[in-house]
Write a protein that binds this ligand. Structure first.
Ligand code: MTE
Ligand code: MO
Length: 382
């Protein structure tokens, strides 16, 4: 086991750790706050309604969530590298000092573990890789976010004097250096910092095109947001969802239920209702988003056929027989919003099977995961 004294590079310093840590802290805060927005947007019955405007709001917050999370990866690696010798520091003598040291290292252990867990599960989710069956990504990612942010606040509070001293001094200042950290490397501290910012920038550019259209061509790791039939990517195909036969069956009906009243509509019945056009994005929780021009029926017009009350809570069911997106809940403010459609068209053409034909839900400022495709039933609940 190496000791703290074995690390002699001048780069592993409070000067570097505080600067990288400050940027990492900002990225973490953006990630945390936009994550809270996403959690709120996905609550089936939020105590405070999630707003339906601006229509592009979730597109921006979730794009920022994934972009800031990705920027954290290189930043966290450099930060951990720069402070690694500190973790090998000998435990001081004396019960009180020893207890304090153990408490501090324990809280840092929690912070590091929670941060790595968040970045790893977030990346896995953005890459649509779900290695655990029955593992609720959203619940776990949300719970551990609080652990991470709590440990981070504690860490910053404990380190505030060092952080202030390090940020207040020149980056090459040696006052805060460990006694053995005297070896000059080929790379200067400024060079290391510049490389770190560049690595974070490259990671962002490689993925941000998923939500920022003009970055599309440089985003080798991002989903091409303009790719896919009718200019919008496909998340789950009709084939994969197992709905190909049911969705193309002439016997298809949309069932609209309110208490004792039920109305059955064919696709032709929907097409005979007043048609509207809205430009609304699909903003996937995985970070990609794309704007579409949707044609179809106002959801409210369909709900009026069964005399749904104002602000109805609507349960939307898909033809898909299993899977977490089979059934979604639409809060009253979304059901009543004039822009919320049952889409029959995209980009002026009939909706393709993969985009959710015969009809799909599209509402403003709503996470993509809740924009249910292949809708077969709407049930008004109180
Ligand atoms: N029935 C059903 N609806 C669904 C899904 C699904 O898997 N099944 N995927 C959702 C997700 S995660 C997203 S991002 C959008 C994607 O819509 P698109 O494939 O038309 O782009 O559809 C949503 N609606
Ligand atoms: Mo999604």
């Amino acid at each position: 086991m190496p000791t703290e004294a074995a690390f002699t590079s001048r780069l592993r310093s409070a000067a570097v750790a505080a600067r990288v840590g400050a940027v990492l802290g900002v990225c973490f805060a953006v990630c945390f706050l936009t994550g809270l927005v996403s959690h709120w947007a996905q609550l089936p019955r939020p105590a405070v309604p999630f707003p339906t405007s601006p229509a592009w709001g979730y597109r921006v917050t979730q794009g920022l969530h994934v972009i800031s999370g990705i920027a954290c990866v290189p930043l966290l690696l450099v930060k951990l590298w720069s402070v690694q010798p500190r973790l090998l520091r000998p435990v001081p003598r004396g019960t009180r000092r020893r207890l304090l040291e153990v408490a501090e290292r324990g809280s840092i252990g929690v912070l590091v573990a929670a941060a790595i867990f968040q970045l790893a599960t977030g990346l896995a989710n953005a890459a649509r890789w779900y290695p655990w069956q029955d593992f609720s990504f959203r619940t776990t990612h949300f719970a551990v976010a609080w652990v991470a942010i709590g440990a981070l606040v504690l860490h910053v509070a404990v380190k505030l004097p060092v952080i202030r001293a390090a940020l207040g001094a020149d980056v090459d200042d040696t006052a805060l250096d460990r006694p053995t950290a005297t070896r000059a490397d080929a790379l200067s501290r400024r060079g290391l910092l510049r490389t770190t910012w560049a690595a974070a920038g490259v990671a962002v550019l490689a993925t941000a095109g998923s939500s920022v259209p003009w970055l599309r061509d440089v985003s080798v790791l991002g989903v091409r947001s303009g790719d896919g039939p009718q200019g919008v990517p496909i998340n789950t195909s009709a084939e994969r969802a197992g709905v190909r036969a049911a969705a193309s069956d002439p016997a298809y009906r949309l069932e609209v239920v309110h208490g004792e009243r039920t109305v059955l509509l064919t696709r032709a019945d929907l097409a005979a209702l007043p048609q509207r056009t809205e430009t609304l994005p699909i903003a996937c929780v995985e970070g990609w988003s794309a704007s579409g021009t949707w044609g179809g029926v106002r959801l409210r017009d369909v709900l009026d056929l069964v005399d749904a009350p104002r602000r109805p809570h609507v349960v939307v069911t898909s033809l898909q027989e299993s899977g977490p997106y089979r059934r979604t809940e639409l809060p009253g403010n979304f059901a009543d919003d004039d822009r919320t459609l049952l889409a029959l068209e995209l980009s002026g053409e009939p909706l393709t099977l993969d985009h959710g034909a015969p009809t799909r839900l599209i509402a403003p400022n709503r996470p993509g995961v809740l924009q249910t495709k292949w809708v077969t039933r709407l049930e008004v609940r109180s």
